[in-house]
Design a protein. Sequence first.
Length: 319
Amino acid sequence: MKLSVIIPVYNNETTIVRCIESVINQTLDGIEIIVIDDGSTDNSYNIVSEYSNKYSNLRVVKSKHQGQGLSRNIGLQMAKGEYIGFVDGDDAISDVMYERLYQKIGDADICQCNAWVVQSHNEHKAELKRFEGEIEVKDRVKYMNEFFFTYIHSHGCCNKIYRKSFLDVNNIQFADNAKVHSEDLYFNILAVKKLNKIVFVDEMLYYYYQYKDSHSRSFSIEKVRKLCSLFDMVTNDEFKYILARLGVMNICINLTEFNCNYSEILSRKDFRRLIKLSLKAPEAFYQRIVLIRLLVFKGKIRIWIIKKYYGRFRRENEK
């Protein structure tokens, strides 16, 4: 078996046919499709079950609702392929995506392609910066700073294939969504910490459909709490300074979405710990000043700093 494609599904009855059809139509042979129905309350399970009756390489498992992270872990336990791919139930992929990635991966641990972000009115924009090449990772902290922090190596898992033996040997799995936000970011942090080689393919092969009410587009105080929890879990080794910097950036960009008093978050011990660790990362002088001001100042001044400085990064990402 060349490749196992894991698809977590939760109430995706309006999009799951598009998703499943795009995976079934892959030009690469030797693919198994594992669909984990995460306790859907709509017709998703019945739709996927009809496909499993028609296609012998498609398996569907119904589980209780526990989030994408643990659902993907069920798929990882079932997978028999040499490589692992992931597709979300509301997205789709190019017919040649897995053939391209399979042809390119060679002896690397991961192969990544670019993606289209499909917005309302069917507007498309590239998710990532244009980059192609093979990177042998000799200094993982440096790689994380130059490729992961800058989002050349994307934080999602769906535009990649992973060598299954690489995931198994290093015990790389997803976190529980009840504990962390962005389980795929956590997964990729674990992967980068063990990464030896990666191949980048500069082709738009994944279609990420962005809806106003989608999980990744919703912002709340609870989301920020879970981001604090995520980075608290991973800032415990030689990567802690650069990951703390990434954590502060990620949390503050999300905070710019709020039109309320979020002093609760700014006063959290885990968030202040990330700021202090981030000060030891290789920062530009102005970035250090911003971080120090977040620690020293109080009230509306901190809110202004976040919206002024980190709002710029959010606006750049939205272009």
